[in-house]
Design a protein around this ligand. Structure first.
Ligand code: HBI
Ligand code: FE
Length: 301
């Protein structure tokens, strides 16, 4: 009886990333919007409010505009059905719910069909800055506003198509770096200065300051082959951010055939996350202070 009760009650809240086999082959689940608890909506509000204060003058115009045009606000975790309705009209995208990270080919298949898989669960109140798998705040606050922009809408779809191809060619690591340094951690030049368009930055309280204002990281003009060869950090701030001239650069990327580029970089050495190359167009040469201080602390100096 107690067991039954427990199972029932854990089903009414949204558990974190589930393990095991998915109910549907495409890994989608119902968002279960009606089942979000007041506590879960409150976590959303906390995250939403502190991030919204930070983003004026930091997020790019397209992000701000997308956010304004979408049914996203502080009061509640957004309902994916309402988001999809607006998105579908603007760029033909939808938001579908998944329990967390899904296998690469499942992820690509969704993107190739203009479905954005978003985690349905939200982080716990004691882990506001900690994220093991993409939750609803990262996916919806970070990614969905940019999907209102036609250039990034086409680019992310092209990434899905290209991902399926790259898997077959055995070069997925190279394509994943391009995604990482654009869709997740990209910066864009605007007339009024550098701005954030990457969702990993836009949804992070600490990194949205670090990426733009800190003197530690490098800020380097985006170059496709260069980025294909650049390793990245998944567990800490980036040591280098790559800057595109405008969002239409992504539209160009969406139409490039990557196959010859994979061949061109095949066998060439990889670059460390913090490397600055002689061939780089450097916008800001990072001091590397953040990483070196961290290393010293770890060594107990
Ligand atoms: N699944 N839900 C989700 N979100 C992602 O961003 C994601 C994923 N599965 C695989 C994946 N990303 C990446 O490893 C690929 O882009 C390579
Ligand atoms: Fe993401």
């Amino acid at each position: 009886m107690l067991r039954q009760l427990n199972e029932h009650s854990s089903d009414t809240a949204h558990r974190g990333p589930a393990s095991g086999t998915p109910a549907r082959p495409d890994w989608t689940i119902d968002q279960g919007w009606e089942r979000y608890t007041a506590e879960e909506h409150a976590v959303w509000r906390t995250l939403f409010e502190r991030q919204t204060r930070l983003l004026p003058g930091r997020a790019c115009d397209a992000f701000v505009q997308g956010m304004k045009d979408l049914p996203i606000g502080p009061a509640q975790i957004p309902d994916f059905r309402a988001l999809s309705e607006v998105l579908a009209q603007r760029t033909g995208w939808q938001v579908v719910a998944v329990p967390g990270l899904v296998p690469d080919e499942v992820f690509f298949e969704h993107l190739a069909n203009r479905r954005f898989p978003a985690g349905h669960f939200i982080r716990k109140p004691h882990e506001l800055d900690y994220l093991e798998e993409p939750d609803v705040f990262h996916d919806v606050f970070g990614h969905v506003p940019m999907l209102m922009n036609p250039a990034i809408a086409d680019y992310i779809q092209a990434y899905g198509v290209g991902g399926l191809r790259a898997q077959k060619l055995g070069v997925l690591d190279k394509l994943a770096r391009v995604y990482w340094y654009t869709v997740e951690f990209g910066l864009v030049k605007q007339a009024d200065g550098l701005r954030i368009y990457g969702a990993g930055i836009a949804s992070s309280f600490t990194e949205s300051v670090f990426a733009l204002d800190d003197d530690s990281p490098n800020r380097i003009a985006f170059d496709l082959q260069r980025v294909m060869r650049t390793l990245y950090r998944i567990d800490d701030f980036q040591e280098s951010y790559f800057v595109i001239d405008d969002l239409d650069a992504l539209l160009e990327l969406a139409h490039i055939d990557f196959a010859p580029l994979y061949e061109a970089v095949q066998g060439l050495p990889e670059h460390e996350p913090g490397d600055v190359l002689a061939s780089d167009r450097v916008i800001h040469r990072g001091t590397g202070r953040y990483v070196s201080e961290k290393r010293e602390r770890r060594a107990g100096v």
